[in-house]
Design a protein around this ligand. Structure first.
Ligand code: CA
Ligand code: ZN
Length: 296
């Protein structure tokens, strides 16, 4: 069954208290329309940031209740297609991002997107390379603002979350309560200036429930690699957690002692950064697919 979900159903926090926007069976495909991370409030470069409602940032469209999803199961999210609209927004400035101390003002830039190119200026055209910034499920207790990331997913800002990849999320509440938003027409690893090329658009995903396995944190795969994804207040502990999760995962699937798993991870694995900016940092640890074949 294929569904459509409008961006008028949106959340600013992942929480089991959110009213459900759509009920689907496991195995359904949904085309999800999203606003940009400013809730489409910035329409021109003269829109000043002071006039923007900062309570309305990082909206995610949803939540989607997946029938037969229970705490302890895994939600398999296959990303089948991403379409981005024709206008991107970029933002950086004073106290924003890694170089925020060197900037004195807030700078907004609206960039047209034409034929798979982002028109930065008349000389510089950035290739469109769409990815999903915010994607996740409701946490077990309380609420998580869409701007943060954690075991439930959220604002992981992981450039590998793109068309053709599959994300596996731990399920904490009945129905999973899945939502996504914060598309980027392009973003570099780290998102160092506080925004990518922020854009509204739509994403086609297939949602399936996997039973009989457990996850602590999100897992990702594409044709070449699979990866753990971990979030923390600081990057050091995010990196450490991503590595420990990978060791744990391989230990369960390979009949090898830990020291040999460590050797393989050291020889073949790649430590990569998702996000270096506040409020939570995120990192991933990649291994080649051929080392274990199918994940589940
Ligand atoms: Ca983001
Ligand atoms: Zn964003």
């Amino acid at each position: 069954m294929e569904y459509k979900l409008s961006n008028q159903y949106n959340i600013y926090k992942f929480s089991k208290e959110n009213p459900v926007a759509l009920y689907v069976d496991s195995g359904s495909t949904i085309c999800i329309e999203t606003m940009d991370c400013f809730a489409n409030q910035i329409q021109s470069e003269t829109d000043v940031l002071e006039n923007i409602d900062l309570e309305r940032v990082n909206p995610a469209t949803g939540p989607i209740y997946v029938r037969d999803a229970y705490p302890g199961d895994i939600l398999k999210v296959s990303i089948e297609d991403i379409t981005v609209n024709k206008k991107g927004v970029m933002l950086t400035g004073k106290n924003l991002g890694v170089l925020g101390e060197e900037l004195t003002d807030t700078h907004l830039k609206i960039v047209p997107i034409i034929d798979d190119k982002i028109i930065f200026n008349s000389n510089i055209k950035i290739p469109v390379n769409p990815m999903i910034g915010v994607i996740g499920v409701a946490p077990e207790i309380g609420e998580c603002y869409c701007g943060v990331s954690g075991p439930h997913g959220g604002n992981m800002d992981n450039t590998m979350i793109s068309v053709g990849s599959t994300l596996y999320l731990p399920i904490f509440v009945e129905g999973a309560l899945f939502a996504l938003g914060d598309l980027h027409a392009a973003m570099g690893d780290g998102e160092i200036g506080v925004s990518g090329v922020e854009v509204a658009g739509s994403v086609k995903v297939k949602l399936e429930v996997i039973k009989g396995f457990r996850l602590r944190n999100p897992l990702l795969e594409n044709n070449e690699f699979f990866s753990t994804i971990a979030s923390s207040k600081n990057l050091d502990s995010a990196v450490e957690l991503a590595i420990k999760d990978m060791a744990e995962f391989l230990k369960e699937r390979m009949n090898l002692p830990l020291h040999e798993i460590v050797m393989l991870m050291s020889a073949l694995g790649s430590t990569q950064i998702c996000k270096v900016i506040e409020p939570t940092r995120a990192a991933r640890f990649l291994m080649p697919r051929w080392i274990i074949g199918d994940l589940f």
